[in-house]
Write a new protein. Structure first.
Length: 145
């Protein structure tokens, strides 16, 4: 089936997964923490229970969550966020990879690809959900403190 309604549901699923992933990555949830039940998560993210179920499935496939029958869903691992520093002449952009590129880059559906082009023409690719970008001037300020 195709159409705006199905696309909207898919986008909700990605948004819910991305928001929960961000909560895990930023330290709001840590390894071993038990998640709220599906109904509570659906209320919190203002989506249908089926949408939350799909988002949780996606995060389980990524290895971020594990479910134990009769016990609940838990944070399995917390990925490390890397910082990429942009120097003068560098540029960065984000895009959603297509179905062919996503597996090559090891990305799940809905996870953006961060593309950094260095001043010398070298192109670097990063998981956009696990990468922070900062300007070289900001990095220099952090190093002097």
């Amino acid at each position: 089936m195709t159409g705006g309604r199905d696309t909207g549901k898919l986008i909700q699923h990605w948004h819910a997964a991305n928001r929960l992933r961000e909560e895990i990555v930023k330290g709001g949830l840590t390894s071993g923490d038990k998640l709220e039940g599906e109904n509570s998560l659906a209320e919190r993210y203002r989506v249908a229970r089926g949408t939350i179920r799909r988002a949780l499935d996606m995060l389980r496939e990524e290895g971020l969550l594990v479910s134990r029958h009769g016990h609940g869903t838990f944070v399995a691992s917390v990925p490390v966020v890397r910082t990429v520093t942009l120097r003068p002449g560098d540029s960065a952009r984000a895009s959603l990879p297509d179905d062919d590129e996503r597996p090559r880059r090891g990305l799940s559906p809905g996870v953006p690809l961060l593309i950094v082009t260095r001043a010398d023409g070298v192109v670097e690719y990063y998981d956009g959900s696990l990468t922070d970008v900062q300007a070289a001037a900001a990095a220099a300020m952090l190093d002097t403190r």
